[in-house]
Design a protein around this ligand. Structure first.
Ligand code: DAK
Length: 257
């Protein structure tokens, strides 16, 4: 049983993971990160899980790395930091990951948001990379993914000043896909996840992979990947079912084959 996560399956094919470390505003201690990485690996192995929603509390999605734990690490501890492997496992989750964000998403919390594919945020959410205030810089993608997500000027402003931005600014900048009233963020994320869970799983998986390629490769390579993925899907049972269902004017029933 995880100590810092609550895991539920509220919808068909959707797993809801809630970070639960309220005494530290969901600060991402090593144990919490290990639990989250393990839970996502379990979701990836489970054929019945087709999408995952990740959320925190109303006050905080996550207030960053655990600063108390950081204070205990010396240089050797940082070189052998187990969190690096946990972050890599979290960032490489292959199924759709939807973040429902309320309150603070700071430092590692903001970096965790950027590991998600879709971000639904309550209007009171705040996104920031305040590491500079601690004399450090982001360590889990907060310079690389943030610049790709929001562009250079805003990424520079956020990382160099440490000042957070509002949910509305985050949406305008491309960090958030949709804004909701705070109390509706999780519900809306579950709706989006359920909609994805009804699609053809192989197509969803390859679509995610192809879209991520666009962010980290050149156009020719990305187009080549898209063409290969498109061709691969032509041989699936689900493609035949999708086309037949359209012609027969009925909902498609996808099998993941
Ligand atoms: N770590 C540990 N405890 C935290 C925390 C954190 N990040 N954030 C909050 N808390 C604790 C507070 O200490 C307090 O505990 P008690 O004093 O009650 O025992 C409790 O949560 C409530 O916090 P506050 O009393 O401060 O609540 P406020 O509403 O007044 O303020 C706040 C909320 C979010 C503005 C404030 O708590 C705050 O500024 N927190 C720190 C935010 C921050 O600087 N985060 C960035 C940390 S650096 C890496 C990967 C990633 C990273 C590093 C390495 N590798 C792969 C190697 C990431 C680094 C970071 O994220």
């Amino acid at each position: 049983m995880p100590r810092y996560l609550v895991v539920q399956a509220p919808e068909d094919g959707v797993r809801l993971i809630t970070l639960q470390r309220p005494e530290a505003l969901n600060a991402l201690c090593t144990e919490l990160l290990a639990e989250l990485a393990a839970e996502l690996e379990s979701a990836e192995r489970d054929p019945a899980t087709l999408a995952v929603v990740l959320t925190g509390s109303r006050k905080a999605f996550a207030a960053g790395a655990d600063i108390r734990e950081m204070a205990e690490r010396d240089l050797v501890g940082i070189l052998n930091d187990p969190r690096v492997a946990h972050w890599q496992r979290i960032a490489s989750f292959a199924k759709p990951l939807i973040a429902a964000v309320n309150g603070f998403a700071l430092g590692g919390g903001c970096e965790l948001v950027m590991c998600a594919d879709i971000v639904i945020a309550g209007e009171d959410a705040r996104f920031g990379q305040p590491e500079i205030n601690l004399g450090i810089i982001p360590g889990a993608g907060g310079t690389q993914r943030l610049l790709r997500a929001v562009g250079k000027p805003l990424a520079m402003q956020m990382v160099l000043t440490g000042d957070p931005i509002t949910a509305r600014q985050a949406q305008q900048a491309g960090l958030v896909s949709e804004l909701t009233q705070p109390e509706l963020a999780v519900e809306r994320a579950l709706q989006v996840a359920a909609s994805i869970a009804r699609k053809a799983p192989l197509a969803v998986r390859l679509a995610k992979e192809a879209l991520l390629k666009a962010g980290d490769t050149d156009l020719a390579t990305g187009l080549r990947f898209e063409r290969h993925a498109f061709t691969l899907l032509a041989g699936t049972v689900d493609r035949d079912e999708g086309i037949r269902a359209f012609q027969e004017k009925r909902p498609a029933h996808f099998l993941g084959q």
